[in-house]
Ligand binder design. Structure first.
Ligand SMILES: CC(C)(COP(=O)(O)OP(=O)(O)OC[C@H]1O[C@@H](n2cnc3c(N)ncnc32)[C@H](O)[C@@H]1OP(=O)(O)O)[C@@H](O)C(=O)NCCC(=O)NCCS
Length: 159
């Protein structure tokens, strides 16, 4: 049986932060992005992700995390605005409805708060994800995402 639930800061602290969680998230990360910087550390998961306003929803099977969805809330002048990020399900567990369950949890959590909607972005080549989003009622907005890339020296030169 696959359990789908929220991972909370308190739960991880109370359980002594199972190192399996760290390994599981590091197994999922390259399936989400090959350009992700470095492995996720225990510190980063506990303090920088779970200790922030980001909420993490996870699917677990036999004690391992096999899928995640993040709900990120930003406090803006116009009010709180929620985004869904880092949607990924382990390749061995796809087409079982796992991401749909995780998305539903994140959407319900957002609906309990003040944000009037949930936004997300998805590249054109992510056809599976896009089919899933459209199937859930997400509509493509007529707006562009702009990005300014920082010009930083390579890490080895940054001293
Ligand atoms: C996209 C992804 C999260 C889907 O997870 P999943 O748990 O397999 O999705 P679900 O089983 O809940 O699928 C729900 C519906 O979405 C659509 N869908 C999902 N994957 C699909 C695929 N590869 N091709 C076409 N449609 C797909 C289908 O309509 C599916 O319903 P169905 O199985 O009854 O036909 C998963 O394939 C994944 O992790 N991909 C790599 C990472 C990624 O692209 N993340 C999205 C970043 S924007």
């Amino acid at each position: 049986m696959i359990d789908v639930d929220e991972i909370t800061y308190g739960e991880l602290i109370a359980s002594g932060v199972n190192l399996t969680v760290v390994a599981d998230l590091n197994r999922l990360l390259p399936q989400l992005s090959l350009s992700a910087i470095g492995p996720l550390t225990r510190y980063r998961i506990i303090h920088e992700i779970l200790g922030s306003s980001t909420r993490v929803f996870a699917a677990r099977h036999r004690g391992h995390i096999v899928g995640i969805v993040l709900l990120v809330s930003a406090q803006l002048l116009v009010g709180q605005r929620d985004r869904i990020e880092d949607v990924v399900v382990d390749a061995e567990y796809r087409r079982l409805g796992i991401s749909s369950c995780l998305m539903a949890l994140a959407e319900d959590a957002s609906a309990m708060g003040p944000s009037p909607y949930v936004d997300l972005t998805s590249k054109p080549e992510r056809s599976g994800a896009r089919a899933m989003y459209v199937g859930r009622g997400y509509v493509v907005r007529n707006t562009a995402v702009f990005r300014f890339v920082h010009k930083r020296p390579p890490a080895s030169e940054a001293r």
